[in-house]
Design a binder for this molecule. Structure first.
Ligand code: NAP
Length: 488
């Protein structure tokens, strides 16, 4: 793998149309959108740019396929997901290269994401055949309750650019498993991975109209009529809290079922009794996965005062040794950020923290040259007033802040509107469990820097979202519970 001929080939091979009713087609007005390589700023290719009219076509296709798909045998739906799982693994090299080209993450991480994405299909293939109901006697006797689960109906699935494949399969997997048809709107910066997945789902035997894919430069114009149509019954969104709030308001009109995976502001807490090697490795994972462009990224690192100097020195050394470059190059561990706006935001947050008294241990200045690169950066003594304490950095910047007591750090970590994930490093079991319980987040990493796992319920509280993806609960988000009261 690697090398320019392969790069050109994988881009050439991906479908460039909209997937509607099982067919690849141009946008109704013939418009296209350019997809760029963030490591060079150059155009990779153009894909069809869906119009609201295309949205209506996709809606008709999803609605038209819903009844028959809901009646498909669960085993048949599971088999489709397993076939897609196998194809994702068969094509993992090409798919990883494609993802690296459009998104920037290093090839090894892109491969990791394809495997992670595929795992959602395997997980939900296994769930598809285990959708359970119930039968019980009414407490007063006499009548019976028959409890059954049915697909919620056509779903709108909106995904972000940072995990172009996995955020899709995390929604498409349970939708197919539950028997829901869907319209997918991928992020406009990274449509290629989703289009490649669309072809895989076709080959895997997913019936026409069950999965429709619409990249667009007009997200609001496309999706708002769908949410208000009365045909879509479910919204599953992964993205920023700001956009999530808008979509929740739009979903209120038709009282839609919603799953919202929104922004994060993860705290990462290192107690003085932690294994510092483990804590540094955990911080590297929690901070540098996806070049820091993850909702789960450690955004605020709190280190007990007695160990902050040692921890900071070790983290800065490890961070400064990471090779930065085009993700397709051998050995590169840190790719570019998604675009210039993202890079400027990171620089602004770093400058603000430094102006407030933070000290730069490594990094801190964007390099010249093509591509949206930013060096791994460690700041220490970041004041509580710094803007990066309340905003997602979404870049390779680790801000360290000292703390003294357990109560103080729990209060500081919880002092945010977000509540997706937090991380705690300690070798004191009681303290670990006590702090994990006290933290206001949907997930906690206890002595580990990664929590994403398809078999676990992923999601946040507070402004980080509603609902859970993955785990046993992931499929429930696409199912309605019906109870039939039976007179005996
Ligand atoms: P974003 O700007 O909210 O975009 C997410 C998706 O929403 C994209 O497909 C985007 O389309 C679309 N969108 C934007 N405005 C819209 C509108 N008015 N109506 C309908 N759709 C609209 O977020 P992002 O910058 O791509 O992604 C980063 C954010 O996602 C971060 O906040 C991160 O924390 C969050 N995230 C959360 C999770 C989680 O599981 N909790 C996972 C990953 C990421 P365009 O591409 O056209 O803008």
């Amino acid at each position: 793998m690697g090398g320019e001929p392969n790069e050109a080939r994988v881009v050439a091979e991906v479908p460039k149309g909209l997937l509607v009713a099982g067919q690849w087609m141009d946008a109704s007005d013939g418009a296209t959108l350019d997809v760029l390589d963030p490591s060079t700023g150059e155009t990779l290719c153009a894909v069809a740019d869906a119009t609201p009219e295309d949205g209506r076509r996709a809606l008709d296709a999803a609605a038209g396929a819903q009844k028959e798909f809901a009646a498909t045998a669960p085993r048949a739906r599971a088999d489709m997901l397993m076939a897609a799982f196998d194809l994702l693994h068969e094509r993992i090299d090409d798919l990883a290269l494609l993802m690296t080209l459009e998104m920037g993450k290093p090839l090894a991480e892109a491969r990791g994401e394809i495997a992670y994405a595929a795992e959602f299909f395997r997980h939900f293939a296994e769930e598809a055949v285990r959708i359970e109901g119930g039968y019980q006697t009414a407490p007063a006797g006499g009548s019976r309750f028959l409890i059954t689960k049915q697909p919620v109906g056509p779903a709108l699935l909106i995904t972000p650019w940072n995990f172009p494949m996995a955020m899709g399969t995390r929604k498409i997997g349970p939708a197919i498993a539950a028997g829901c048809t869907s319209i997918i709107k991928p992020a406009q910066q990274t449509p290629l991975s989703m289009l490649a997945l669309g072809e895989i789902l076709r080959e895997a035997g997913v019936p026409d109209g069950v999965v429709n894919i619409l990249p667009t430069t007009r997200p609001g114009e496309l999706t708002e009529p769908l949410l208000r149509s009365g045909v879509i019954r479910k919204l599953s969104f992964t993205g920023s809290t700001a956009v999530g709030r808008v979509l929740l308001a739009q979903s209120a009109e038709q009282v839609l079922r919603t799953s919202m995976e929104l922004g994060g502001n993860a705290g990462f807490v290192v107690f003085e009794d932690a294994d510092i090697d483990e804590a540094v490795a955990g911080a590297m994972a929690a901070k540098m996965r996806n070049t820091g462009e993850a909702c789960t990224a450690a955004n605020r690192i709190f280190v007990q005062r007695s160990v902050i100097e040692e921890f900071g020195d070790r983290l800065a050394k490890a961070m400064s040794e990471l090779p930065v470059g085009r993700g397709v190059e051998e050995g590169v561990r840190v790719g570019p950020l998604i675009d210039e706006a993202a890079r400027e935001k990171v620089q602004t947050l770093v400058d603000d923290a430094v102006a407030g008294g933070a000290r730069v241990l490594t990094g801190g200045t964007a390099p010249d040259g093509p591509g949206y690169f930013y060096p791994p950066t460690v700041l220490t003594g970041v004041p509580a007033s710094a803007k990066m304490g309340s905003e997602e950095i979404f870049g390779p910047v680790a801000p360290l802040t000292p703390f003294d007591t357990e109560d103080e750090v729990v209060e500081a970590v919880n002092d945010t509107e977000y509540g997706l994930v937090n991380y705690v490093f300690t070798n004191d079991l009681r303290r670990g469990l006590r702090v994990a319980e006290a933290l206001e987040s949907g997930m906690v990493g206890l002595n580990q820097g990664v929590v994403s796992n398809p078999a676990a319920p992923f999601g946040g509280v507070k402004a980080s979202g509603l609902g859970r993806e993955g785990g046993r609960t992931g499929i429930e988000e696409f199912l309605e519970t019906k109870y039939v009261g039976i007179a005996m």
